[in-house]
Design a protein around this ligand. Sequence first.
Ligand SMILES: [Zn+2]
Length: 152
Amino acid sequence: MQPKDKTKNHQKCGVVYKISCSDCDETYIGETGRTLSYRMRQHASQREPTTAVGEHIGRENHKIKDEEVKVLARESNTWQRKIREAVEIRTHKPEMNKDNGYDLPAIYNNILQQHPQGVGGAHAEGLTSPPLKKASDGQKLRKSYNIQSQQR
Ligand SMILES: [Zn+2]
C-alpha cells in the first residue's frame, strides 16, 4: 500500500476528507460513502443542490485544487465514518461547514476536551496532516503566547 498515492486515495470508497480553499483560509470537512473524486465533482458543480463548498467557490469565485484535499480517514462503515467526521469538525471547526454533522453523544465532548488535537489522528495511516501546519495558525499561536508572557 502506498498511502501517499493521491490517485489511489481518490478512488477509495468511504472517506472523511478536508478541503482547503486555494484562494482563502476557509476549510471544509466532509465524508462520503462514494469515492473522493465523485464527491469532488459534486463540490465543483454549480448545479442545484449545491454543496457548502460549491456555494463558497461560486459566491467568492474561488477555486479548490486537488492537492488542497486531504484524506483524514478511510472508513467504509457509514456510522463510524459519520462519527469520525463529527469529531474532525468539532476539532478543526472548518469555516465552510454549516453544521457539526452527526450529533455526537455527550460523552464525546469530554473526550474531545481532553484531546484538543483530535481523537485517533495517529491511527489515520499517516494521512492526517499535523495540526497548526498553516502559517496563519502559527502566527496566531505565537501571538497568544506573547500575550501570556507579557502577563507574567
Ligand atoms: Zn475561498
